[in-house]
Design a protein around this ligand. Structure first.
Ligand code: URA
Length: 250
């Protein structure tokens, strides 16, 4: 037996709009199945074979998947590597078959939120430098991060290659002494994604990041109940939030 899916779910899945926008489009006669206008957005179709059109354009179904991984240290953000373990190695075999790839990169020693998907368009838009998708990190930084660093990060700091960063929001969460040395716990939100950007921003102000965790990317927040190394599918609501965010940034 073929797959079965509600037509509104199929259209939402393919990025045609939110479920309520799609319901409205159905009411307005903008959705056809096998060439006939449908009246009920809940009808069931086989997504691999049904000919569904939205506003006159045929919608080709692809089985997109979206996983939220709490990346552990020691694995690299790539799909394959001859020597190192990759984030794809953390997935169950069934999920690997759907060919997800990481949306952007976290360093080998960085932990936290990594989105994995096979939706190339969404990935491309989340990574586009023009969209300025906000990413928030929590970090432990050796040294005493202070007000002057907050001001510097707001203005932009000059990285080792001369690049001046966009304004970033630095917040000091706590400070602690370990073996007579001061460490600062901070949160940093940046809207770009240069190579090793957070570490290099702190290097630019003479400080060293010793622990780095990503906690959010655009509207997507790390599910703190996910142990490091675990992952889950995004909820429908999370996927919808990502799509809405993408459109808002257009
Ligand atoms: N900035 C870094 O320095 N490393 C990461 O993994 C992500 C952002």
């Amino acid at each position: 037996m073929g797959k079965r899916i509600r037509v509104d779910k199929l259209l939402a899945h393919m990025g045609c709009g939110t479920r309520s926008e799609i319901k409205r489009a159905v009411k307005l006669g903008k959705v056809t199945v096998e060439g006939k206008i449908i009246k009920d957005s809940g009808i069931i179709v086989d997504p691999d074979h049904a000919i569904v059109s939205f506003e006159g354009v045929p919608v080709v179904y692809r089985d997109t998947v979206y996983f939220m991984l709490n990346k552990p240290q020691g694995v690299i953000s790539a799909t394959e590597d001859g020597r190192e373990r990759t984030v794809i190695d953390l997935l169950h075999a069934d999920d690997r078959l759907r060919e997800p790839f990481p949306v952007g990169r976290l360093d080998k020693d960085t932990v936290g939120l990594l989105l994995l998907t096979n939706d190339g368009q969404l990935a491309h838009e989340l990574l586009s430098p023009r969209k300025h998708v906000a990413k928030t990190y929590e970090a432990t930084v050796q040294g005493n991060v202070g007000e002057e660093d907050i001001d510097q990060f707001k203005l932009g700091v000059t990285l080792d290659d001369g690049y001046v960063t966009l304004p970033a929001d630095l917040q000091i969460i706590d400070r602690e002494q370990r073996d007579n040395e001061m460490f600062s716990l901070i949160s940093l939100t940046i809207t770009e994604g240069k190579f090793h950007q957070v570490k290099r921003m702190f290097e630019a102000v003479g400080k060293k990041v010793v622990y780095l965790k990503r906690v959010s990317m655009g509207p997507l927040k790390l599910d703190e109940t996910l142990p490091e190394g675990s992952y889950r599918e995004l909820t429908e609501d999370e996927v919808e939030q990502l799509r809405l965010h993408r459109r808002a940034a257009e």
